[in-house]
Design a protein around this ligand. Structure first.
Ligand code: PAF
Length: 282
């Protein structure tokens, strides 16, 4: 696996692949990779001739009081995982490579999409995500790009951006990967103490409760959200940021359970903010 730190190295390699008629998949990540990321790489390897992963903790998507400095990093471990999954190149730039001095151009969705859900407490987050993902798309020029459904709001906003700005890249959403006991895999799970790790199960329990209510015929989205909130509030270490039912594409609030409705939540467990969700399938 090639390790590239410069934009020019990525461009040269991708140009060579394209001259050979090969297709390219991109898996954008912030590193500290786990089984969820591995599943994205596997999907890309299965669908594309060559796979590029980026490992870059993107400063522009962190607010001033967020965990940019403490965000976990382990590039050697990341490389081992990527290589094992068949990734062909990892792009691991310095912040100065991505944000040269004088940088002042951002990509921003001006609808309510980035203001709802996580955007309520993370007002600049999705501007940073759209900006860095646009840059990665321009640098790698992939045919397809792979994103986890765990970040459902990010996925919806990236899809909107790709349509609005005619990127011509297919966005492939991949299912949430969970620990055996249900907790959605996340690099931030490492912040949890053993006691908090147990308490964090309340998120997946709320997801499973919502899915069960739908299987049993519940059509009222508010009733499901209320039951999920009630369950989460029983956990003393948990503090709800939001629990919401929205349209999976527009992120507008919905009342009725139907296909593609997204039930999403963010919950603080101690100081760690975790997210989880599910989408209604049929
Ligand atoms: O999902 C992530 O890890 C990040 O938001 C992304 C897409 C790599 C952009 O920095």
């Amino acid at each position: 696996m090639k390790i590239a730190t410069k934009i020019s190295e990525v461009r040269a390699q991708v140009r060579e692949w394209k001259m050979q008629g090969l297709t390219v998949g991109l898996v954008p990540t912030m590193g500290y990779l786990h089984e969820g990321h591995a599943s994205l790489v596997r999907k890309s390897v299965s669908m594309c001739d060559r796979t590029v992963a980026s490992v870059f903790v993107n400063p522009t998507q962190f607010g001033p009081n967020e965990d940019l400095d403490t965000y976990p990093r382990d590039f050697d471990h990341d490389c081992a995982l990527l290589e094992k999954e068949g990734c062909d190149m990892v792009f691991h730039p310095d912040p100065s490579e991505m944000y040269p001095e004088g940088f002042c151009t951002y990509v921003e969705n001006l609808s309510d999409m980035p203001k709802t859900l996580c955007g309520k407490t993370r007002p600049i987050h999705f501007r940073g995500v759209c900006t860095v993902v646009s840059k990665l798309f321009h640098i790698v020029t992939p045919d397809k790009a792979f994103f986890g459904q765990k970040d459902a709001q990010q996925l919806a906003i990236v899809r909107r951006m790709v349509a609005d700005l005619s990127f011509g890249i297919e966005i492939v959403g991949c299912p949430i990967v969970r620990e055996e006991d249900g907790l959605a895999k996340s690099s931030r799970n490492t912040y949890l103490s053993p006691e908090e790790r147990k308490a964090a199960l309340v998120l997946s329990k709320a997801v499973f409760l919502g899915q069960k209510m739908i299987r049993e015929g519940q059509k009222d989205a508010d009733a499901i959200v209320a039951a999920q909130r009630e369950l989460i509030m029983k956990e003393p270490l948990a503090r709800i940021d939001y629990v919401s039912a929205v349209d999976g594409s527009t992120l507008e609030p919905v009342k009725e359970v139907k296909k593609d409705v997204l039930f999403a939540m963010a919950v603080y467990i101690g100081k760690t903010r975790l997210i989880d969700n599910f989408s209604v399938e049929a």
